[in-house]
Design a protein around this ligand. Structure first.
Ligand SMILES: *Cc1c(COP(=O)(O)O)cnc(C)c1O
Length: 300
């Protein structure tokens, strides 16, 4: 579904949002796209277990747990942070994933950094038996193939600019591959660091894209009062809920770019709502603990 964001923009600019967040109640947005062909491949190879990695409030962890429940796989989540083991009930993401049948293995931050080493993988094989490994954030060639299905042919011919939030770069790589040469793709990085363009270059051949890292708000998962207030007022004006980790920062960036005149006259911009709304509860929990303003909307 596509919605127009009806505000008075300068230079006859039009802004639309594609609601990928509404694709599935649990396997949200781009994670649905990224898992689709991985699930098919796991089935084809005869696997019965999916194993993946993620942080405390990971959209990807919950999506894999949901996909396992729906498509008949056992799921194992390797979770960053040993301290979380006794706090699952305080963490809405992990509690929900557990409810969907996911089994956890908690590791220290140091061990987590080495999660893709062959010694750690063989340890996991010994502990859990055979599994289909889905990488952290879900990005691999099959995930990108799934993300190439986000844009319809009408969207490819109508829109001049497509924007999305970037974490590992898989989603924007799929969008780039399926775009037309006339379109410009803009990725808004949700994390600090200039390495993302390198990663994306491994997956794409086109050059009609750029990454902005001016709107990460201090880094991955970091927010400030300005962002929270922006998200609350965006929701009041449009009834569109955005998540504070990815889509919220991207939409903040797009509106800032429009205001600064970075788009040509008559630009038709499509932003991709990649989902992530499950993370609002966890974020509000953390904000409340710090006596900060919270997000006034929640999925439930
Ligand atoms: C995971 C995620 C992203 C980042 O996608 P990548 O393919 O890792 O770049 C963007 N938005 C939301 C809501 C996500 O959950």
């Amino acid at each position: 579904m596509i919605q127009e964001i009806k505000q008075q923009f300068p230079n006859n600019i039009q802004l639309f949002i594609k609601r990928e967040d509404l694709l599935h109640p649990i396997i949200s947005g781009n994670k649905f796209r990224k898992l689709k062909y991985n699930i098919q491949e796991a089935k084809r190879l005869g696997h019965t277990t999916l194993l993946t990695f993620g942080g405390a409030f990971s959209n990807h962890i919950l999506a894999v747990a949901g996909a396992g429940a729906e498509f008949g796989f056992k799921t194992i989540g390797i979770i960053r942070g040993e301290e979380l083991e006794n706090k699952i009930h305080e963490n809405p993401t992990l509690a929900k994933a557990q409810e969907l049948g996911m089994q956890f293995h908690f590791v220290s931050r140091t061990a987590y950094r080495d999660k893709e080493s062959s010694s750690f993988i063989s340890f996991l094989c010994e502990k859990f038996g055979n599994f289909y490994l889905v990488p952290e954030g879900g990005t691999n060639d099959l995930a990108i193939k799934g993300c190439e299905e986000i844009l319809t042919s009408e969207e490819k011919s109508y829109f001049t600019h497509i924007a999305c939030a970037v974490g590992t770069g898989g989603t924007i790589s799929g969008l780039i591959n399926s775009s037309t040469e006339e379109q410009q793709l803009i990725g808004f990085s949700s994390l600090k660091g200039a390495f993302l363009s390198e990663v994306i270059r491994n997956f794409v051949v086109k050059t009609n894209w750029s990454i902005s890292d001016a709107y990460h708000f201090g880094g991955y998962g970091k927010v400030n009062d300005e962002l929270i207030q922006f998200l609350n007022s965006f929701y009041t004006q449009t009834s569109i809920p955005l998540d504070p980790v990815y889509t919220g920062k991207m939409v903040f960036g797009i509106l800032d770019w429009i205001e600064k005149g970075y788009f040509p006259p008559n630009a038709k911009i499509l932003i991709i709502h990649t989902g992530g709304l499950q993370g609002i509860k966890g974020m509000n929990f953390a904000l409340k603990n710090k006596n900060k303003e919270i997000l006034q909307y929640d999925k439930d």
